[in-house]
Design a binder for this molecule. Structure first.
Ligand SMILES: [Fe+2]
Ligand SMILES: [Fe+2]
Length: 144
């Protein structure tokens, strides 16, 4: 599915500093592809971006696991799709031009990932905050 593309902005700030700094770092890495004419450097940056993306997805899933997030399974599926798209790009990159790689990165980060943060990540923020405010009270509120 094609998503409209956007740069990192306040619109996708979750207010959770550890998450926000990882999200921002991925946009910064993605922005470094344009106008970068060196094949070796581009492959190196692409590898770094894929590794960093995987670190973020893993950290985020660990956080959601810790709070027993009710939509974790669906969230994981979305992350799996992102991992697949990233590893496909890593596999194909050697046969692509630098402009094609930059286009694909833009689709993945400024398109897919932006949209994921705006819609899917945004959904867990309230649950994480609730857990941070009362970590010992458990994931559910017992009405009794
Ligand atoms: Fe996510
Ligand atoms: Fe995220």
């Amino acid at each position: 599915m094609a998503h409209s593309k956007a740069n990192w902005s306040e619109a996708i700030v979750t207010g959770l500093p550890a998450i926000d700094s990882q999200h921002k770092a991925l946009f910064d890495l993605a922005a470094s592809f344009r106008g970068n004419g060196d094949q070796i450097r581009v492959m190196h940056t692409l590898t770094m971006l894929c590794e960093y993306a995987n670190t973020h997805l893993r950290d985020e899933e660990a956080l959601l696991e810790k709070i027993a997030y009710r939509k974790l399974a669906e969230h994981r599926l979305q992350h799996q799709e992102f991992r697949r798209m990233l590893s496909r790009l890593l596999d194909e990159a050697r046969s692509l031009t630098l402009d094609q790689i930059a286009d694909r990165i833009e689709e993945l980060i400024n398109g897919w990932f932006y949209h994921h943060i705006l819609t899917v990540d945004a959904e867990y923020v309230a649950d994480v905050r609730r857990h941070q405010a009362a970590p010992s009270s458990g994931a559910t509120t017992d009405p009794r």
